[in-house]
Design a protein around this ligand. Structure first.
Ligand code: NAP
Length: 226
């Protein structure tokens, strides 16, 4: 059984990750902005405060984890925010755009940086970055959503860069698209049930290795174009 760290684990895909992993017998560290909002209790679950947009918060999170474990097997960078709904150029809010980039792109990098020493202690650690097909430049047919799309393209590049650095430490780093899933972010019209998306993602992350590092997959296993 492995130790998984999940960011943004109090609702949506993150909460489902925690539930399914605990059911499978894994140990889970949940990083959440408001620990009181975490509606899950389990002997193998530790809930810690984490705001991925704050370097101080990420550092405190890493220090807390170091006090409870010597190594981490899997980091799932799941926390993320939208930029409104399909904003056009005239609707772009530069301040909100900076926040989206901070949370969705720099957030996962901050967390990976802070937890890297613990990942290095596992024999074949994995970083799974929850990206989006909306970050695929090849797939950008419908345009709009400037900040969110850019934040996920940036996250994909960070996956690629980290995958190169990770080779030295045998840490694999892969981007995933969870599908259009029925969460607060995905909305009620989303066709993919949360449990199905996360089941697919956990299966893919479980077989993540150096060969699959630096690549981009949908929850179904289909490889996606950058
Ligand atoms: N649902 C989809 O269709 C879909 C499609 C493609 C990609 N994704 C990606 O999948 C991931 C999870 O999305 P979701 O659908 O589960 O979204 P969600 O239901 O809106 O949940 C987002 C989670 O991220 C957390 N979060 C936001 N900002 C944070 C911060 N600064 N620090 C720590 N946690 C923060 C939220 O915590 P609070 O409760 O404190 O706000 C919440 O737990 C995101 O990265 C998203 O971009 C989702």
């Amino acid at each position: 059984m492995a130790t998984w760290v999940i960011t943004g684990a109090n609702r949506g895909l993150g909460l489902e990750f925690a539930k399914q992993l605990l059911d499978q017998g894994h140990t889970v560290v949940a990083g959440v902005r408001t620990p009181a909002s975490m509606d899950l209790l389990h002997r193998n679950l530790t809930v810690l405060p984490l705001d991925v947009a704050s370097t101080d918060s990420v550092q405190s999170f890493a220090n807390e984890i170091k006090s409870i474990t010597d190594s981490i097997d899997v980091l799932v960078n799941n926390a993320g925010i939208m930029d409104g709904r399909w904003q056009s150029l005239s609707e772009v809010d530069p301040e909100l755009s900076l926040e989206v980039l901070n949370v969705n792109t720099i957030g996962p990098l901050r967390v990976a940086q802070a937890l890297w020493p613990l990942l290095r202690e596992a024999s074949q650690a994995k970083v799974a970055n929850i990206s989006s097909l909306m970050g695929s430049i090849d797939d950008c047919m419908s345009g709009r959503s400037y900040a969110y799309r850019t934040s996920k393209s940036g996250l994909n590049m960070i996956s690629k860069i980290l995958s190169v650095e990770g080779k030295i430490d045998n840490i694999s780093v892969t981007s995933y698209h969870p599908g259009w899933a029925m969460t607060d972010m995905g909305g009620k019209r989303a066709p993919v049930p949360v449990a199905q998306s996360v089941e697919g993602l956990i299966g893919l992350i479980s077989k993540q290795n150096q060969n699959r590092s630096g690549r981009f997959f949908e929850y179904t296993g289909v490889e996606l174009p950058w």
